[in-house]
Design a protein around this ligand. Structure first.
Ligand code: NYM
Ligand code: MG
Length: 221
């Protein structure tokens, strides 16, 4: 039986080193002659992605539920191409996925208060049910202190310490649910040096880069 590509998601807070690690992982796979491709969410190049981009850069305002659904729609518009790529035998490394979708939306506070959620956790999860499920999610866990030492956050919406702290809490619940539903969630200490994290990531994915037997699972199904 021919194997399909592995679907590897890299998740984490802003400043956790996701994009750097995803790019290095891609290079290592290519060096090992293992066909692989890197994608990221939000994919800001599509029509939906452009609306998200403008929202993140605070150039537009959108209702919190509306933007949550746009993030999900942005994944759905690429779902078919993800499946085709995996079936063709190519591995996908994906920088953020539905887990960021839940974590960032379900950590929003009600305006003028400190209480959350504004959007209920299961409401946030619902639109992503049925998407292609990752074979493995690597969560790059960075502490607030190290993120700060890396030069702090950028200018985009959500790139603030209070937001990141709440997002981290919601990610813990996401991790439990992924594991509870049979998914693989690997927590990596992202406070370590770039090289150290690279080593751990490579050791973690090595076993699945030869391909996967069996069907692509569906998320939260
Ligand atoms: N983000 C990302 C969401 O709020 N929901 C989602 O579904 C996804 C995929 O977008 N702060 C947020 C997390 C980030 C922001 O992502 C932009 P990046 O990877 O920093 O460009
Ligand atoms: Mg960012």
């Amino acid at each position: 039986m021919t194997k399909r590509g592995a679907f590897i998601v890299i998740e984490g807070l802003d400043r956790s080193g996701k994009s750097t690690q995803a790019a290095t992982l891609l290079k290592r796979l290519q060096d090992a002659q293992s066909p692989a491709k890197l994608i990221n969410f939000p994919d800001r190049t599509t029509a939906i992605g452009k609306m998200i981009d403008s929202y993140l850069r605070s150039e537009s305002e959108l209702d919190d539920r509306a933007v949550h659904l746009l993030f999900s729609a942005n994944r759905w518009e690429l779902a078919k191409s993800i499946e085709e790529t995996l079936q063709s035998g190519e591995t996908i490394i994906c920088d953020r996925y539905a887990f960021s979708g839940i974590a960032f939306s379900a950590s929003k506070i009600r305006p003028g208060t400190n209480s959350y959620p504004l959007l209920d956790y299961s409401w946030c999860r619902a639109p992503d049910v049925g998407l292609p499920a990752p074979d493995m999610t690597i969560f790059l866990d960075v502490t607030q202190e190290v993120a700060r030492a890396r030069g702090g956050y950028g200018e985009e919406r959500y790139e603030k310490e209070g937001v990141q702290r709440r997002v981290r809490d919601v990610f813990e619940r996401v991790a439990e649910e992924v594991e509870g539903s049979g998914g693989r969630w690997v927590l990596v200490n992202a406070d370590e040096s770039e090289e150290e994290v690279q080593k751990v990531v490579w050791d973690t994915v090595k076993e699945i880069i030869g391909g996967i037997e069996g069907p692509i699972e569906k998320l939260w199904d």
